[in-house]
Design a protein around this ligand. Structure first.
Ligand SMILES: *Cc1c(COP(=O)(O)O)cnc(C)c1O
Length: 483
């Protein structure tokens, strides 16, 4: 043998190396020891495979080898330390992307949430009397002020709100729903399943496309607990259709003393037409139509933290609050703080679009987005390399989360397409994957022939550029085509 085989250092030697003590100071003794053990195991496996003796390391001193192993262990610990919940840049064109966490919170909400995390808070404590308080009191007044509701409570999300309402008002009895409204929202929220778990019997009326007042009237009986109206959210029945509006439903149901529950889904508090969008029925509309209870989400159009609202008649809201299930689905102090701050922004509608990121993104004019695309184009061209063509393109953004599903918002973006004609799909997949591997992953939308970055939701151009500068798609240009 021309070179002596490396004698593998001990865990202790690696720990005592200069890199070893630095890693240990960062990650602690036990995590560092474990990482060193595993790096040494890897090295031994390589040595058994005969792949170590001839390495450049063969000339290294024992101390240098120990240091190198500590550096490797540190890198592994660093990699394992990256949060699993990663920040991303949403360039999908869907503003309220459920898989990307829906609404981005307003600065005021973030500040309030951080403050609530940092110190004790009077969550269920009445500072005036020193006695016990109620967490829903924190936002009840504000919700009633904004919606005109008599009372309100908040829970984990809208699915929980619907579950709680049905279980409270209709346990062991019938709930009437139009067949055309028995929806499935992504992620396994299916109305018939929720109703079954809430313990209410589903009484379907009408047909998929048409439901008439007489269908409801004919189904109302002594066993009817409530009539449920569901916003069809993520789909639309078009053509020969008929649905019964909440106002008409209320007069039919109230004649028999039966309450009407309106599940609005998105639940906006403002007239979206003010911001150039199609008008979506508001919470105030549903209450004005006479709905006894209205349920909606906090992290859809409202632009706040994940929440479910139950607003409306005081006696019914109180019944929901007394249900033991309420405890299982209540909001924590962090989200309550963020929610209160978000709702307060609605007191000043004139500054809402500036302060609420969801509305800011939805109301952003296409010309402004296009200007951003023009600005970014040369720099993006430079970073993706010669194999790709970058073009400013028109896009159609979506609101997302089931709000106005057929409505698209004119937008603009960058389309990145391979210049060659071969293996376009594979090259695009590789490009999209490279973007997802960035320290702050960039999520675009793959379309025919190109990766489209819809810039509607991009507020920080510098961040995007700093990330794209690290994109590693070079090998593609020389990669051999697969057979
Ligand atoms: C989104 C939605 C739900 C579920 O709300 P989450 O806040 O996601 O739990 C329920 N009903 C309708 C009509 C919806 O659009």
């Amino acid at each position: 043998m021309s070179k002596p085989a490396i004698t593998i250092p001990s865990v202790d030697e690696v720990l005592r190396s200069s890199a070893g003590s630095a890693v240990s100071a960062r990650f602690g003794h036990s995590a560092t020891t474990a990482a060193i053990r595993s790096a040494l195991d890897d090295l031994r496996a390589l040595a058994r495979g005969g792949r170590v003796g001839s390495q450049p390391g063969g000339d290294a001193t024992r101390a240098e080898v120990a240091n190198g192993i500590a550096i490797k262990a540190g890198e592994n610990l660093d990699a394992a330390d990256v949060p699993r919940l990663r920040r991303v840049i949403n360039l999908t064109g869907t503003v309220l992307h459920t898989n990307l966490g829906r609404a981005v919170l307003a600065e005021a909400a973030i500040t309030a949430a951080v403050a609530a995390m940092r110190a004790p808070a009077a969550l269920e404590y009445d500072l005036a009397t020193g006695g016990r308080g109620e967490r829903d009191d924190i936002v009840r007044g504000l919700i009633c002020e904004l919606t005109g509701a008599e009372s309100a409570i908040v829970v984990n999300n809208n699915a929980a709100a619907v579950l709680l309402v049905l279980n409270t008002l209709a346990l062991g009895r019938e709930s009437i729903v139009s067949r055309g409204e028995l929806i499935e929202i992504g992620g396994a929220f299916r109305m018939p399943d929720i109703m079954a778990r809430a313990g209410t019997r589903l009484r379907e009326v009408g047909t998929t496309n048409r439901t008439h007042p007489k269908d409801y009237a004919g189904a109302l009986g002594p066993d009817t607990a409530l009539v449920l109206k569901v916003h069809t959210s993520n789909y639309v029945v078009q053509g020969f259709t008929k649905e019964v509006g909440t106002d008409e439903l209320v007069s039919i149901a109230h004649a028999k003393g039966v309450p009407v529950v309106d599940d609005l889904g998105s639940g906006t508090l403002v007239d979206l037409s003010v911001y150039g969008l199609k008008r979506e029925r508001t919470v105030q509309d549903a209450l004005a139509d006479g709905a006894d209870l209205v349920t909606f989400s906090g992290d859809k159009l409202l632009g706040g933290p994940q929440t479910g609202f139950i607003v409306g008649r005081k006696d019914l809201v109180e019944a929901c609050a007394r249900n033991p299930i309420k405890r299982a689905v209540r909001l924590d102090k962090v989200r309550l703080a963020a929610l209160e701050a978000t709702l307060k922004l609605y007191r000043d509608p004139d500054s809402l679009a500036a302060k609420l990121p969801t509305l800011r993104a939805l109301a952003r004019p296409a010309a402004e987005i296009r200007a951003s695309a023009e600005r970014l184009k040369p720099q993006v061209e430079a970073v993706v390399g010669a194999a790709f063509e970058v073009a400013v393109c028109d896009c159609a953004s979506q609101i997302g989360s089931g709000a106005l599903p057929l409505e698209t918002l004119p937008s603009a973006g960058l389309s990145i397409a391979p210049k060659g004609r071969k293996h376009i799909g594979r090259q695009l997949d590789a490009l999209a994957a490279a973007m997802r591997r960035l320290p702050v992953p960039v999520i675009g939308r793959l379309e025919k022939g190109g990766l489209v970055l819809d810039l509607r939701c991009l507020e920080d151009e510098a961040l995007l550029l700093s990330q794209l500068g690290k994109v590693a798609i070079g090998p593609l240009e020389t990669e051999e085509p697969v057979a």
